[in-house]
Ligand binder design. Structure first.
Ligand code: FAD
Ligand code: NAD
Length: 395
């Protein structure tokens, strides 16, 4: 009989780990595995706040896919997915068509703008290598512009919309970068404003209040101004308009107000909520049992029926179970149910500072920053072993 075809869409945390697990566990000629990704590199999304602010090089946040997969076992196709056709079991790429027996969708998230006018057009997002290179250049350019037009204080005003973990981690890096840019461009640091706008009654809603207070203290000391319980209502070419009516003139607006699933899922006719698919306990869609959805495109509900936050941590755990279940489907053996095991959360606040909960322990400051480095290195080890840790690890 014909060899079953497995197609994996997206080489993010979910997709790349699924491919790595399959290449290890599948026997020779048991399945054809194809991995499709827009770029020929995997990006380490959890690092992106650093190259975005310019405190690290974008090269450290990406790895060539050819270094991670065994080309004898997994076919890599560099292309952009345009359409998923579940009824025909076909994937339309920008330059070709693929057919599959089993599909894994790991296309990641997209910025959620909640329909707020102007955000799509005028704000910047921390989403990919290309987007963070743009942010980094944009920030530097504002300093250069200011030297030409010294009355334009809006060039030196940086608004970050949303104080979730992405916003908080970016603020930490940006606040570290600004003093260096001020020296480089001979700009008085007092003219620079970093403003965070958060709609919820607190930064990091839902996280431990003591750690949130600590984080805000660290960031305030570095020069960040918080506007909490204040929503962004509109983004314009000149800045943002808040729900209070206040207008902030700023040449830079970074939107970190949340993510939704990739639009192609709803376009494929799958039932979605904010673009994400609620998967069954084996990580399959309820419409098609040969389609698995993992990572930011998927929703897994906890025991209280609430979705777990979309993280790299859950995406990687899903990838393990997804690879197991694909092999089980091919071998007619029993699939495994997905159960999320939360190892905790650690978020950086810039150089040498972080907060986190690991197991039942709260950590903060330097020890938390070390823990964050360890977590980052553990990931490099999982996907690329010791050589990748040595090459991309930041010690
Ligand atoms: P992604 O990693 O986003 O990968 C999706 C892949 O699909 C990409 O390679 C993309 O190029 C590709 N793709 C997209 N569209 C197409 C297309 N049309 N055709 C072909 N390819 C396509 N989580 C944690 O657990 N811990 C952290 O410390 C942490 N830090 C973070 C820091 C930042 C700054 C950000 C932004 C996020 C952070 N997260 C963290 C969240 C985490 O990064 C995401 O949950 C995770 O990346 C989701 O993985 P994924 O595989 O679903 O998607
Ligand atoms: P998020 O959804 O967690 O946070 C978005 C924030 O924006 C929320 O606090 C929300 O109240 C706020 N917001 C929404 N609309 C707004 C408006 N109109 N005006 C002002 N504020 C508004 O999004 P995120 O921070 O990008 O995180 C996405 C996922 O990635 C989460 O699951 C997060 O846990 C994960 N992540 C984890 C880490 C880490 O573990 N270190 C780091 C980054 C992201």
């Amino acid at each position: 009989s014909r060899i079953p075809r497995i197609v994996i869409l997206g080489a993010g945390y979910g997709g790349i780990v699924t491919a790595i697990r399959l290449q290890k566990q599948l026997n020779y000629n048991e399945a054809d595995v194809t991995l499709v990704n827009k770029h020929d590199y995997h990006y380490i999304t959890t690092h992106l706040h650093m190259p975005a602010a310019g405190t690290d090089n974008p090269e450290n946040a990406r790895v060539e896919i050819s270094k991670l997969i065994d080309e004898f076992k997994v076919d890599f196709v560099k292309s952009t997915v345009l359409q998923i056709k579940p009824q025909e079991k076909k994937i339309i790429l920008e330059d070709s068509t693929l057919s599959y027996d089993y599909l894994v969708i790991g296309l990641g998230g997209e910025p959620e703008t909640f329909g707020i006018p102007g955000l799509l057009e005028y704000s910047l997002n921390i989403r990919s290598i290309n987007s963070v290179r743009f942010i980094r250049e944009h920030i530097e350019y504002q300093f250069a512009r200011f030297k030409k037009e010294p009355t334009r204080k809006d060039y030196l005003t940086f608004v970050v919309g949303g104080a979730g973990f992405t916003g908080i981690e970016f603020l930490g890096e940006l606040a570290d970068r600004i003093p260096r840019l001020c020296r480089e461009f001979d700009v008085n640091p007092e003219l620079v404003q970093i403003i965070n706008v958060e709609a919820a009654p607190t930064a990091l809603p839902g996280f431990d209040p003591e750690l949130v207070e600590y984080a805000m203290g660290v960031l305030k000391d570095k020069g960040v101004t918080f506007k909490i319980a204040t929503a962004i209502k509109e983004c314009t070419p000149d800045g943002v308009i808040l729900a209070t009516g206040e207008v902030i003139k700023a040449a830079t607006v970074i939107w970190t107000g949340g993510i939704r699933g990739n639009r192609m899922l709803e376009e494929a006719g799958l039932e979605t909520s904010r673009g994400r698919v609620v998967v069954d306990s084996f990580l399959r869609t309820k419409e098609y049992e040969n389609i698995y959805v993992i990572g930011d495109c998927s929703i897994v509900l906890n025991d209280q029926g609430r979705p777990y936050p979309p993280t790299a941590q859950i995406a990687m755990q899903q990838a393990d179970v997804c690879a197991h279940n694909l092999i089980a489907a091919i071998r007619n053996s029993s699939p495994r149910e997905f159960k999320f095991s939360n190892k905790g959360t650690v978020a950086s606040l810039g150089r040498g500072e972080a907060i986190g909960i690991v197991g039942k322990y709260k950590i903060k400051g330097y020890s938390a920053a070390m823990m964050k480095k360890l977590i980052d290195m553990r990931y490099l080890y999982i996907i690329g072993g010791i050589p990748l840790v040595l090459k991309k690890g930041r010690f």
